[in-house]
Structures are given as structure tokens and as C-alpha cells.
Design a protein around this ligand. Structure first.
Ligand SMILES: Cc1cc2nc3c(=O)[nH]c(=O)nc-3n(C[C@H](O)[C@H](O)[C@H](O)COP(=O)(O)OP(=O)(O)OC[C@H]3O[C@@H](n4cnc5c(N)ncnc54)[C@H](O)[C@@H]3O)c2cc1C
Length: 549
């Protein structure tokens, strides 16, 4: 490490590290910690708060706003709790909880953690300055020049994409930052978009007391997920009182600020109608943050998408010293997936630095694979949605052939225990040749915590025959797994994709271990099931008997 002399009022410093990480979001922090734990020196450059978008303006505050909403929706279905759960949310308490979950927008704890793992921090805006070099402009106006012996890692995240709507720049619209950080509940809120952020924020602010209108340019919600998910999300939002308008874009915006306050917005819609709202949230996607990071100094255009290989090296830059992880590479815009990339990138940078072999075959220690093949995602709405891997939407797009099994979760005993009038649905996609699960989607109350079981199945490529031995506990919603396997075994799953003439060998039933074939167990059924208040639970009772409980 060396330090240059001061030059007039503006001081300049120069340091050298093994690895320089630009961006101290969850992903940048993780890659720095990983290379440090492998014995390399590392520094993070952060222009704002350590912890990034996720900690202060995305995952944490949004889920803090939603948790009371989901808990109340669940409680309203539990006998004995309904009366206690009725009535409005305590808005002040919810916002105070949100503030606490966002660490009151202070990053002292994260800075302490960074210190504890011996990663240095330079506060300021970092830009590439030619190969293996980064120049930082600090808040004080100083310049810090950083040189990397082995790698520079860009983890600069993403920014909201805003559509080119006339008047937008003058009305100070909400983006995800205001939607997760607002300190006041607007009387009315227009939400533009039909994706996860739009659905989650419409759910939260409607429950907190806003009159929410959802403006969706498509004719459905959550279009990247299974179609039934969008339908169930729509039902949930409408039941909560959200006004959903499909096929509707924003044409223009006006706001004439009243003295000392924000006058209502006038929103002209593509349908010709005019809508008035106190605030408007644009939840219309994200753009990787590459505009002001010095890409031009390494032969790339500012704002370019950073294509990476599976070890997260930027492919357009020679010599393999530049890596990009997290939102900025656009592979999977989720914290957990970015942190996975960080673990892989950290390991491969350390391996290359030490001259060790690199295992970059799919699913190898140094190859990002799950961030394309097995991406889990939860939508914290009413109902919850949990999905991983392939969907029929994606199978259609890519022409991949899969078997599709659906199950109505209404009849599962654990679902009845969870709440009265439970409505839920599950879909499993199976690779017919390999007999493995390649995608799962659940929608219904309480399904968020099921997502990791599905992620195991998809990422580990567990054969269906073996999944039969993963016995779900009774009475949990997880018994949906058994129902899906049974439906696949007994039913005729829809073959999805090309070649519907279907020349496949008959799979499933013939592949099942003898002892769990249906005909072997039917004989054990009682002559008549016990009387039950709800006929839908009887199949589960049979299964308990068969299990010998
Ligand atoms: C409303 C909302 C809710 C979300 N909820 C979830 C959720 O529940 N679960 C989930 O997994 N994901 C969620 N996400 C996505 C998640 O927030 C992102 O995937 C995650 O934050 C990406 O992490 P990152 O480190 O790549 O980028 P970021 O978190 O954006 O961090 C990038 C960091 O780099 C810094 N930076 C940028 N440029 C420079 C520069 N030139 N110099 C120095 N520093 C720089 C920034 O200040 C920032 O701190 C949500 C997103 C939104 C918008």
C-alpha cells in the first residue's frame, strides 16, 4: 500500500490491493468477504450506504411493510383470531418497524462487519480508469487511485427504468425508493407496472390505507410466472380493493404544486381517461448501473450491458481481470442470486490468483449455474407466490418439452389447518426424459417457506423415484409435494411444448418402486372413510392410515 503526497487542496491517495470491488451492496460485500477469506487483500468502494439497495430501499423495507399485511390476511382465516385481526393496521407501528428493518438508513453495523472481516472501505464514487485501475472521487472531493493485482469486480447494481412519459421529470414520481421509504401514506396512489414490485407495493400501500389504482400495460399480472399466479394475484388485489386497469399506459402527467405541498397528479391514460392520484409509483423494471463507471476507459460504451461468462468475467474485456456480479450483469435481479454469484466469483478469483485449476463445468465450484437453471423467487403478496426453475411460459418461449402437473391445494390437510377457506394451487414441471423436476410454482397463503424444498429438487436434479422417499410432515402444506407426485404417477400430465404427437416412452408409473404403487396401497384403505365435516380432507386421512400412524 502506498500513499501519494497532497497536491494543493485536493488530496490524492494511491493504494494497491489484490481485488478492488466497486459497489458495496449485498453482492459486492459478499465477493469481498470471499476473496478475503481466501487470503487475498480486498477493498470496497461505496458511494452511498454499505448494504446497497436491498438493505435500505428494496428487500428489507418492502418485506417489513408487507409482513403485517400478510400476517393479518392469514389471521383473518384462523378461527378465534378473526375478530382480533379485524380493523386497520397500526400504520405508525408498521412504518416504525420498516424504519428499524432498514437500520434507520445508517450503515454503521455493516461498516463494522466489513472491518471485522478485514476488508477496507473507500467511500466515494468509483470509476474504472483503464485496465485493473479504479479512481474514486470521495465526498470531500479527494481522489483515491486503486490498482488491482488480480481483479476488479463491478457490483454497482441497478437503477429503476422510467418510461419516456411527457411531464414525468416535473412531477417527482415515486420509484422503488419512495415506495419502500415513504413516511406518509398517500390518500391515493397510482402504481404503474404488473411485475413483482408493482404487485407487492400495491398490496402494501392499499393495506396501509391508500386507494391504489394499478395501471398495467399488459392484460395480466406477473407475466414471467405461471399464468394462474397472475390470476390469483389479481383476485387478491381486487378483494383488497385495488382498482386494476389492464391494457392501460400513462400518456402524460401534470402536477400543479400547491403552496407548501404536493397537489394531486393528473394522469392522462392511453384509454383517454384521466386519473387523479396523490402519488404515482413507476415499477417498470430495472436498468443495470453502468452509465458512470468508466466503461469507456476499457473499450466499452457507458450504459452497456455487461455480458459475463459463467465465472462472471466480463467477456468483452481482454485478459480476464474484470468481473461483474449481481444486478449489474442482468442474469437474475435478486439478492440471494447475486450473493450466489459473489460466492462463485470469489472462489474463482482466488483459484485463478493462486494458479489452481478452475472447475467451470455446469454446477462446478466455479461456474454460476443456479442463477439461470434454478432461480427461486417469492412474491410476498396475498396470496404468496413461490417459484423456482422453469415455467410453462419459459418452456413455450424456448420450445422445451416438459410434463406439467397441477394440483389444487384446497384439499390438503395442512392447508385446512393453516386457514379456513384456503385457496392455493401448485404446478410441477418434469423433464420427461430424465424424470427430474425442472420447475415448481406454488401460490397460496404460507407457501413462501416451501420454496427451498422446490429449490432442492430442481438444483439437485433429484429423480422423482427418490422424491417419493422425501416424506412431507402431516399436517403441513408441504404435503402438496406428495399430491404432485401422485398426480404425476396416476394422472395424465399435460405434455407441454413442441411435438405434441408425443412419441415419448411411457414414463412415470413404470418407473415407480413397486412398494409405493397405487394398487399396492388401495387394499389397505378402510371400507369407508371416517365421517368428516369436510370431504376434501379424506384422502389425507387415508394416507395417514397407509403410513401406519
Ligand atoms: C422494491 C424492491 C424489492 C425487492 N425485494 C427483493 C426481495 O425480497 N428479495 C430479493 O432477493 N431481491 C429483492 N429485490 C432485488 C434486490 O434488491 C437486488 O437484486 C439487490 O439489491 C442487488 O444487489 P447488488 O449488490 O447487485 O446491487 P445494489 O443493492 O443495487 O448495490 C449496489 C451498490 O453499489 C453502489 N454503487 C453503484 N455505483 C457505484 C459507483 N460507481 N461507485 C461506488 N459505489 C457504487 C450503490 O450505492 C449500491 O450500494 C428487490 C428490489 C426492489 C427494487
Amino acid at each position: 500500500m502506498n500513499e501519494a503526497t497532497a497536491d494543493g487542496d485536493v488530496r490524492e491517495h494511491a493504494y494497491e490491493y489484490d481485488v478492488v470491488v466497486v459497489g458495496g451492496g449485498p453482492v459486492g460485500e459478499n465477493v469481498a468477504e470471499r476473496v478475503r477469506s481466501a487470503g487475498l487483500t480486498a477493498v470496497i468502494v461505496e458511494r452511498d450506504l454499505l448494504g446497497g439497495e436491498c438493505s435500505y430501499w428494496a428487500c428489507e423495507p418492502s418485506k417489513a411493510l408487507l409482513r403485517p399485511v400478510l400476517a393479518r390476511a392469514d389471521a383473518l382465516r384462523v378461527p378465534g383470531l378473526r375478530r382480533a385481526a379485524e380493523g386497520p393496521l397500526d400504520v405508525d407501528a408498521v412504518l416504525a418497524h420498516r424504519d428499524a428493518m432498514a437500520f434507520h438508513w445508517k450503515d454503521d453495523a455493516q461498516a463494522d462487519w466489513l472491518d471485522s472481516v478485514s476488508v477496507d472501505l473507500v467511500r466515494g464514487h468509483g470509476r474504472l480508469d483503464g485496465p485493473r485501475r479504479v479512481t474514486v472521487t470521495t465526498p470531500e472531493g479527494d481522489t483515491v487511485r486503486l490498482a488491482a493485482r488480480h481483479a476488479v469486480v463491478l457490483g454497482t447494481g441497478s437503477v429503476p427504468s422510467l418510461p419516456p412519459v411527457p411531464g414525468l421529470d416535473r412531477v417527482r414520481p415515486w420509484t422503488s425508493r419512495e415506495a419502500t421509504g415513504a413516511r406518509r401514506v398517500p390518500g391515493s396512489l397510482a402504481v404503474v407496472g404488473g411485475g413483482v414490485v408493482a404487485v407487492e407495493m400495491a398490496t402494501a400501500w392499499q393495506a396501509l390505507g391508500s386507494k391504489v389504482t394499478l395501471l398495467v400495460i399488459e392484460d395480466h399480472l406477473l407475466g414471467r410466472m405461471e399464468p394462474f399466479v397472475g390470476e390469483m394475484a389479481e383476485d387478491g388485489l381486487r378483494e383488497a380493493g385495488v382498482d386494476i386497469r389492464y391494457g392501460t399506459a400513462v400518456e402524460s402527467l401534470r402536477r400543479h404544486d400547491a403552496a407548501g405541498g404536493r397537489a394531486p397528479l393528473r394522469i392522462t391514460l392511453s384509454t383517454g381517461e384521466e386519473l387523479t392520484a396523490d402519488e404515482i409509483l413507476f415499477a417498470t423494471g430495472r436498468t443495470p448501473r453502468t452509465r458512470d463507471v468508466g466503461l469507456d476507459t476499457v473499450g466499452l460504451a457507458p450504459g452497456d450491458r455487461l455480458a459475463v461468462d459463467d465465472t462472471y468475467r466480463v467477456t468483452a474485456v481482454p485478459d480476464g481481470w474484470l468481473y461483474a456480479v449481481g444486478d449489474v450483469n442482468g442474469r437474475a435481479l435478486l439478492t440471494h442470486q447475486g450473493k450466489y454469484q459473489a460466492r462463485i466469483a470469489g472462489a474463482v478469483i482466488a483459484a485463478r490468483a493462486a494458479g489452481r485449476p478452475v472447475d467451470d463445468a455446469p454446477w462446478g465450484a466455479h461456474a454460476g449455474t443456479a442463477d439461470t437453471a434454478a432461480v427461486p423467487q417469492v412474491v410476498f403478496g396475498v396470496p404468496e407466490v413461490a417459484a423456482v426453475g422453469l415455467t410453462t411460459v419459459e418452456a413455450d418461449r424456448t420450445g422445451r418439452r416438459v410434463d406439467v402437473v397441477d394440483h389444487d391445494m384446497t384439499g390438503i390437510a395442512g392447508a385446512h389447518q393453516y386457514g379456513e377457506g384456503y385457496r392455493g394451487r401448485a404446478r410441477m414441471l418434469v423433464d420427461p426424459e430424465r424424470g427430474t423436476v425442472v420447475g415448481v410454482t406454488f401460490a397460496g397463503p404460507g407457501v413462501a417457506e416451501l420454496v427451498h424444498s422446490a429449490t432442492f429438487a430442481v438444483a439437485a436434479e433429484i429423480p422423482l423415484e427418490r422424491l417419493w422417499h422425501a416424506v412431507p410432515a402431516f399436517p403441513t402444506i408441504g404435503e402438496v409435494w406428495l399430491r404432485l407426485l401422485e398426480a404425476y404417477r396416476d394422472g395424465t400430465p399435460a405434455a407441454h411444448g413442441q411435438d405434441t404427437a408425443d412419441t415419448r416412452p411411457t414414463p412415470r408409473f413404470s418407473q415407480l418402486p413397486e412398494r409405493i404403487r397405487l394398487e399396492d396401497t388401495v387394499a389397505e384403505r378402510p371400507a369407508s372413510p371416517p365421517a368428516s365435516a369436510d370431504a376434501a380432507v379424506t384422502p389425507d386421512w387415508w394416507l395417514i392410515r397407509m403410513g401406519g400412524i
